[in-house]
Design a binder for this molecule. Sequence first.
Ligand code: IPT
Length: 928
Amino acid sequence: MTSYVESFSPGEGRRRPRADFHSDAPRLSLNGDWAFRLAPTASGPSFWAPEFDDSGWDRLRVPSHWVLEGHDRPLYTNTAYPFPIDPPHVPVENPTGDYRRHFDWPYSGRAVLRFQGVDSCAKVWLNGTELGHSKGSRLPFEFDVTGLVRPAGNVLAVRVHRWSSGSYLEDQDMWWLPGIFRDVELLGGTVDDLFVHASYVDGLGTLRVDADPPGIVELPELGVRVPTGETVTVPVEPWSAERPRLYKGVLTAAGERIDLAVGFRTVSIVDGRLLVNGAPVLFRGVNRHEHDPDRGRALDPSTMLRDVLLMKRHNINAVRTSHYPPHPEFLRLCDEYGLWVVDECDIETHGFVYAGWEGNPPDEPAWRDALVDRIERMVERDKNHPSVVVWSLGNESGHGAAFGEIESWIRERDPSRPVHYERDRSYRHSDFASVMYPSLEELEAIGRRREPTPEGVEPDSPDDVRRRGLPFLLCEYAHAMGNGPGSLVDYQRILEAHERFCGAFVWEWIDHGLHAPDGGLLHGGDVDHLPNGGRYCLDGLLFADRTPSPGLLEYAKAIEPVEITIADGRVWLRNRYDFADLSHLRLEWTAGDEAGELPTPYVPARHAASVPAPRGDLLTVRAVLAAGTAWAPAGHVVAWGQAPVVPPARAFRPAGAFRGVRFDDGQLVRLGDLDLSGPVLDVWRAPIENDRGQGFRNDVTRAWRAVGLDRMLHRVEEIRTEDGRVVVRGRSGPAGQAIGLRTEMCWEPAGDAGVALTLRVTPEGVWTDTPIGGHAVTLPRLGLRMGLPAGLTRARWFGRGPGESYVDSQAAARVGLFAADIDAMQSHYPWPQENGNHIETRWLELTGDGVPRLRVEGDPWFDFTARRWTSEDLDRATKPAQLVPSDRVWLNVDYGQQGLGSASCGPPLPERYRLPIRPYTFRVRLYA
Ligand code: IPT
């Protein structure tokens, strides 16, 4: 009786897939409160008879995932299946939810029952009659219930299995969240399907709408009134993500009126470049999973809109719907607000990697129908969206003959869109070459079409030659796990330098943390189940509650649509739009206290121009929206540039003797009235996720910890007073090791209650030959740490801000005068780690009520972080709640810190962003 759960069949009794559309036909939402019971296995007792008594059952809202509503628990795995690889079978332990709901349907005519998404397999009964079953969690399925549905007193019963054969095709890196998690609806109407073909060439749009049954198409704005099946060509404005011009209209067929929102656009690949409407495009994209910390993938429309607005406001112009078709409403929003979409099918068989890809479904004929079924359901549902410009066959599913079949199916059904599939290195079934997470050097080679031939492909074979000729789509890069990613600007520069690139998608949009009952956030490792993917689900540009992380701000800057540079008395504007000129932008400038506006020159897409620059200090030019748009108000900053700010070379001459300064045992303990625990050499930072690499790859923390950089001990060797200076010589080294860092701190008087400090660091012993993980040891940080009174609450500084910055993530931070509360300068990563650094700080003041201030001046500049806990506390903590303010403010004034990189899934940090073991000299001045 439960054999359907494990059969290869994608479903039974369902209607054939069709477009998702809104019409004036009767529609009844069956969302809401359902009766629910959960059983431990698939073969629970019968419950579908209308008269069955469910009064003892629980209630459950639909749509939802039962594991987030107090039944059983969510599980997270990255690549591994949470059940044995024994296809198509699943364990007897198969939590199964039974759902019941009563409803009336006071309409006559055809009636269709639609489920927009059920995870992972549902069997459905209406009024005791079995309708069929379906698999394919993130895709709709429908049953024709005409004649079965009654005007009143209907009983719908649904049995949902957590695991099914379909689960083998759904091994995406995300939480396993069973349940009816998208809308359930009953639809009247007679129109079965419609297919809008709307192309654009040189000012003319060509439209043909095919519909079953046929009808009349009206687009009043264009004066179009034509029967379906007939082609018209009229002058139109094209649709693009930059200017999402939609023509609203109706299709009237068999008395039903269907909303049309037609966007005219043509996608093509010409000479190895992706073109839309004849022009090259560059996707500045993100990979978006559907996620909400309370509701999982059961997103409401306001959350979808929030995603779209956040993307638009951060200059993102494209979405890869990793790794399944999203709720159809999201695509409607993409049409309306303007986002290019790579619509990805709900296919991933990643876990077969643990079987050496033996039995991988795309390579097994038995799975063919299930795979083709998913592609059909995606393409049929989403075919009318102008925003969808590429079909993606799926993610991380190895290769196999099925990809050839599904590719042919798409070519036949919708030749208007190119097809993407990354993992088959022959790229035979893809119109794009594609890889994930290349290094900068690899990407550069790809741009030049000089990448090495992939393994398994014969050099200069037809596949090899064809691949080199293809446009390149970077479907994942810049792993946004924890603090990072770094190098976004570096990547963008390469992506814009080569015609082959059509764009890139950061991994990923949002952290998949789930709210825990105690108010904290859960990641996979917090659920007691093996295997689990640990924290790997926390890798988004948004925190789980949709607060932008510093990484999102950096990305917005890296991809801003106008590059503004100021040089030689001119403001240069490089228009990075693919279609728009800059006439929708106003150019505002500030310089010190002065402000003004510049004329916006005419700059066509992908061209540059300049205007004379105003004079003044700290000249900053901002391109802002001249008028409000659907996604942001007038004045919203889309891009900015700043004249290079050269730090003033301030000659410092030590003057006189120390005044108001006390040293104790070689440490500075008092400056004016300020008590401090003197600066000590600090080389440690609480590792960020990217320091830990991926598995054993690129884990620099192993080397750091192996040599003991996390537990340096300090010795003062000599304190000497010479020529009015205090020179403290010492040595810092880890327990059990002969290596060390010799330090010399040379203190000189700098006026009343002021000191100038020169730190010299010289490594000692053999550092570089560490056998640990193949990594030469580098320093996480190099600088000085001091403990200050807890009464200091506020920071003011001149340097980069207002947000945090690192050597490889600094574009979003401009140079200026900033102020912030120390407590507000922390980024609360769900897994605590280094954060809140500020590079290129010229000076810093910490102040608080009733406490003497501290002023730090750079020579010329320094990095700083200020927080109420130490790096060791940060390192130890596994949850933000464990970070409790100590009785001090811990201030780091540093020469520098290692960059962020993206090594949690990606290449190692480029050498130029590391601090090698070598001698360093660093100068600062401290004043009370
Ligand atoms: C890549 C996956 O496609 C994506 O789903 C996610 O898991 C990402 O990695 C890491 O967070 S696959 C990887 C083998 C490059």
